[in-house]
Design a protein around this ligand. Structure first.
Ligand SMILES: [Zn+2]
Length: 341
């Protein structure tokens, strides 16, 4: 099945880093076809504005600001069909080097992401940044080993990922199936961050900041100086229901802080490619605050965690996709935290 897509193939984007590119749908095959089409262009007396690519073997990326590219993942749990493509990932191109922000949920989609980068730029991939430990953000890391980048993450990521590695691998092997699981390995950070770290890509710097325990205990945000774009990782869920694996109190407090940030745009870990503050954080804030209020009330009434799992926060049923998959887990995590207040 072949699809013509809306794009304009630019063989040398580096020459004009500030030129907005249209949507690119990329794959190994697509790249080869595009390269052949480009080589043949003089014969055809025209550079083709577009090339066809098979759906299912391609990874779409959009340039949301000059040199800032985002791939939007699906609102799904991992499956053989999506091969772990269910989170957002990005890359930022400087005059000297490229930084990748999250690598998706398998080595195979990680390779597709790498192919997408290579179609935009041939500059060295110097940094692979992980926003937190969850498999849908880090299981594509191995696809970048050939670039010998620095793998950069919150200093607490290694401990969290290390203690969960066996479980993460088992669950993903089962859910992805043997084909999509092929090649997945745990790649730990080589550059741990505690506090802040600046990375120079040439012509732009990235400010990395570790955050208090919120979505997890190892969240890290990235701000691009050139475009004032803030990558929030899973500190921001949109459309997809938030998932709690850290601290509901910490997350709500952090949301209050993050809403004050003056940035051009934010990139969620799950949701649209780019959003605006403070509105982007408000549905998530309401969802988490509702759970916290309901759970506190039930604890006060002497109710159990089982009672809470049946009732707390269900008025937020329309808060996002995958509510049935994650909501009860969020409530039990909140209960376990809040009963010790
Ligand atoms: Zn996550």
């Amino acid at each position: 099945m072949w699809h013509r897509i809306e794009c304009s193939f630019q063989p040398d984007i580096d020459a004009e880093p500030h030129r907005a590119t249209d949507r690119l749908l990329l794959s190994r095959q697509g790249f080869l076809r595009a390269a052949l089409a480009f080589a043949a262009a003089p014969l055809l007396k025209a550079i083709p504005a577009c090339f066809a690519t098979p759906v299912g073997a391609s990874l779409a990326v959009d340039e949301i600001g000059p040199g800032v590219f985002v791939h939007q993942g699906r609102y799904e749990v991992q499956s053989p069909e999506n091969r772990g493509d269910m989170a957002n990932a990005g890359f930022i191109v400087g005059t000297d080097a490229v930084a990748v922000i999250d690598t998706l949920g398998s080595t195979q989609v990680g390779r597709d992401l790498r192919d997408a980068i290579r179609t935009v730029t041939s500059k060295p991939i110097r940094y692979v940044i992980n926003t937190h430990m969850h498999p849908d953000h880090v299981f594509g890391n191995a696809a970048f080993k050939e670039d010998s980048p620095a793998f950069v993450a919150n200093h607490k990521l290694a401990r969290g990922l290390g203690s969960r590695a066996e479980r993460y691998l088992a669950i993903n092997k089962q859910m992805l199936g043997p084909e999509a699981f092929e090649g997945i390995e745990i790649v730990f950070p080589t550059v741990p961050v505690d506090g802040t770290l600046s990375l120079d890509l040439g012509g732009r710097t990235l400010l990395l900041e570790t955050q208090r325990t919120a979505h997890t205990d190892n969240d890290l945000t990235v701000t691009d100086s050139a475009t004032n774009t803030l990558f929030l990782g899973d500190l921001l869920f949109s459309v997809h229901v938030p998932t709690l694996d850290g601290s509901i109190k910490g997350w709500l407090a952090l949301i209050d802080d993050l809403k004050q940030r003056k940035v051009a745009r934010v990139v969620p870990g799950h949701g649209p490619r780019a959003m605006q503050l403070p509105g982007a954080l408000e549905p998530e804030q309401r969802y988490l605050a509702t759970i916290a209020a309901d759970v506190r009330k039930l604890i006060k009434e002497g109710k159990t965690i089982e009672d809470a799992a049946k009732t707390a926060g269900f008025e937020e049923r329309d808060a996002g996709k995958l509510f049935d998959q994650y909501h009860v887990r969020n409530v039990t995590a909140a209960f376990a935290e809040l009963e010790w207040e």
